[in-house]
Design a protein around this ligand. Structure first.
Ligand code: C2E
Ligand code: MG
Ligand code: MG
Length: 596
């Protein structure tokens, strides 16, 4: 800090000021020297503009007094030259001129001079002008010093902030941001021979919860230490989450390059960690991805390695998985489908189609099978094969199944009213629905609310449903049968039930799978299994419905063999209610009226 005091009524500074006087007349210098006797002023003299410029580095002037009229290089040119030198442009220049015309003053100013004084020089004026110029110079120097200091502080703070962002405070390892920075660099340089290994400590929350966070932190430090031991010269290890670490290995071209690294890493977790006088065993789940040209952003490989790690974790603790793009796409499309199905449920996009079941002799419609369809806002009508699996997996089949049952019962009631026929309705039940404790109650309530006679409802279950969780399923079936609800065994022949076990199955109807009916062609014979099924079902008093009847040959054969009912494209595809009404029910209504 420069202190300012008073000397002979003049401002003084506790520093020396170097003042360079440029004049071709030494006498003029003597005059000025006489006038500027201030102890803080150190005067230097040169006789020409060229000399002034060449001596700047020697005298380091804080102020230049420049005679305007000089031979060879005049004051105006000298002034312009000095002001064009970056190091000296801020040094104030006072032009000393005998020509005090407005024009000459304007020339001085436009050449860059900061002030002027006319000859002959007046002592008081000179002292005042020098003082004021030096004050400005001093303020400029102070500001410059302040700026330099400020710049330094900003630089230091930025560096500290950078290290805070790029370094994990607990372990001292590079942070997630730094890893992303490294990956970005790699991608930018087109370097893809790398592997990224994502590592997550299994059940770490349990350790934090049981032993406290201090032990948790110490364990993480120990883990970081153990992981560091696997680092090669060009490898990089970062802590990317609370209990998550990431290795970035260079020079990895394929999966086999990774094998030994992963195995060693896994092995190193076989020994417990000694933390707070305890031996703690820890396993890790690992996912890895290899560098790939498809990666455009550093977040992408990190995300893929993370996804692979989650796949590994889903198989249990201590597993490893390499990222597979194909599997990932499948998972993604499954998740999208599950999401869409949830929306479909909320927005009531599930509708019911009906396929007539006919009496094979008379071809009269005796009932229907209710079949779900998904009225997708963009994809149009979606068939069950594309979404039933997902509905079952997520458990959404439970509410959806009830929606279809309700729609089917309401529809049956309407058709009963219109035709006065004793029609039945078949509705499919999924194995997942049997796990729902309210299933029987829900079905009874729907029957009651829609006014359907339980004996007109056939619930279709598959052999596999019967086999899975057999006891529970049998108990539910028994309850349903007590209500007089009919049970159909769907797709018979595709499962495991043998003919011999038929009589043990608690069902009223048997639906012969399409794959059997398919095999029936013009030639008779060769369908012994189907013949045996039909014969045996008749003996047991089971009603048989053949599925997938497509040709008249099949129809004739089935009739001949004693099968009474069927459904299939020969009679009708599954249709929306309006078409069932126009194509079948109105006709039957008319026939009924005629016969009356
Ligand atoms: P499913 O219960 O065996 O239904 C019969 C399937 O065979 C229906 O397929 C039907 O359109 C088809 N089909 C009928 N006749 C013929 C034919 O002559 N030729 C051919 N090629 N196919 C014929 P859909 O509607 O695609 O249903 C497929 C499966 O989805 C059903 O097989 C059933 O297992 C399941 N499903 C349908 N709706 C529901 C439902 O509401 N709940 C449950 N849990 N499952 C359902
Ligand atoms: Mg069915
Ligand atoms: Mg079937």
């Amino acid at each position: 800090m420069v202190t300012i005091g008073l000397y002979q009524n003049q401002l003084i500074f506790n520093k020396m000021f170097s003042i360079l006087i440029v004049d071709d007349e030494p006498y003029n210098f003597d005059v000025i020297e006489n006038f500027l006797t201030h102890p803080d002023y150190q005067l230097h003299y040169v006789a020409s503009g060229q000399e002034a410029i060449s001596q700047l580095e020697v005298f380091e002037p804080d102020l230049i007094m420049l005679d305007v009229m000089m031979p060879s290089m005049d004051g105006i040119i000298t002034c312009q030259k000095i002001k064009s030198l970056p190091r000296w442009e801020k040094v104030p220049i006072i032009a000393v001129t005998a020509l005090a015309t407005k024009e000459s003053l304007a020339r001085c100013l436009s050449a860059g001079a900061d002030d002027f004084i006319s000859k002959p020089v007046n002592r008081l004026e000179l002292q005042a002008r020098v003082r004021s110029m030096l004050r400005i110079r001093e303020q400029y120097l102070q500001l410059k010093a302040f700026n330099t200091k400020l710049e330094l502080t900003v630089k230091q703070r930025t560096a500290r902030l950078r290290s805070m962002i790029f370094q994990d405070t607990l372990t001292g390892l590079p942070s997630r941001s730094f890893l992303l920075h490294k990956l970005a660099e790699s991608i930018r340089n087109g370097y893809y021979s790398f592997a990224l290994i994502y590592l997550d400590c299994d059940q770490f929350k349990l350790i934090n919860g049981s032993f406290g966070h201090a032990v948790g932190d110490n364990l993480l430090l120990a883990v970081a230490q153990r992981l560091r031991q696997h680092l090669g010269q060009n490898d990089f290890l970062a802590r990317v989450g609370e209990d998550e670490f990431c290795f970035l290995l260079k020079g990895i071209k394929n999966e086999s390059n990774l094998d030994s690294f992963i195995q060693n890493l896994m092995k190193s977790f076989a020994t417990p960690f000694s933390v707070a006088n305890r031996d703690i065993f820890l396993t890790v789940s690992m996912g890895a991805t290899l560098g790939d040209k498809v990666y455009r952003k550093p977040e992408e490989p990190l995300q893929d390695a993370d996804t692979a790690m989650y796949q590994a974790k889903s198989r249990g603790r201590g597993n490893y998985q390499l990222f597979d793009r194909q599997i990932h796409l499948e998972v993604l499309s499954r998740l999208t489908l599950e999401n869409d199905l949830q929306t479909a449920l909320e927005q009531e996009q599930f509708i019911t189609y009906y396929q007539p079941i006919v009496h094979l002799e008379t071809r009269k419609v005796v009932g229907f099978e209710a079949l779900i369809r998904w009225q997708h806002p963009r994809r149009g009508l979606v068939m069950p094969v594309d979404f039933i699996g997902s509905l079952e997996m997520t458990g959404a089949i439970i509410p959806v199944g009830m929606i279809i049952l309700r729609q089917a019962c309401q529809q049956l009631w309407l058709w009963q009213e219109q035709t006065h026929n004793n029609l039945f309705m078949s509705v499919n039940l999924s194995v997942r629905q049997f796990a729902c404790p309210t299933l029987v109650g829900d079905i009874k309530r729907i029957l009651k609310e829609t006014g359907i006679n339980p004996a007109q409802l056939k619930l279709e279950i598959t052999e596999t449903t019967l086999m899975e969780n057999k006891e529970n399923v049998l108990a539910v079936i028994e309850e349903l049968r007590k209500e007089l609800i009919q049970i159909s065994l769907d797709d018979f022949g595709t499962g495991f039930s043998s003919l011999g076990s038929l009589e043990l199955l608690p069902v009223n109807n048997l639906k012969i799978d399409r794959s059997f009916v398919n095999k029936v062609n013009g030639k008779s014979g060769g369908h012994h299994v189907l013949e045996a099924i039909i014969a045996m079902s008749q003996d047991l008093g089971l009603l048989i419905i053949a599925e997938g009847v497509e040709t008249t040959d099949q129809l004739e054969w089935l009739k001949k063999t004693g099968c009474q009912f069927g459904q299939g494209y020969l009679f009708s595809k599954p249709l929306p209610p309006s078409e069932i009404e126009s194509l079948f029910l109105r006709k039957q209504e008319l026939e009924l009226k005629k016969s009356n």
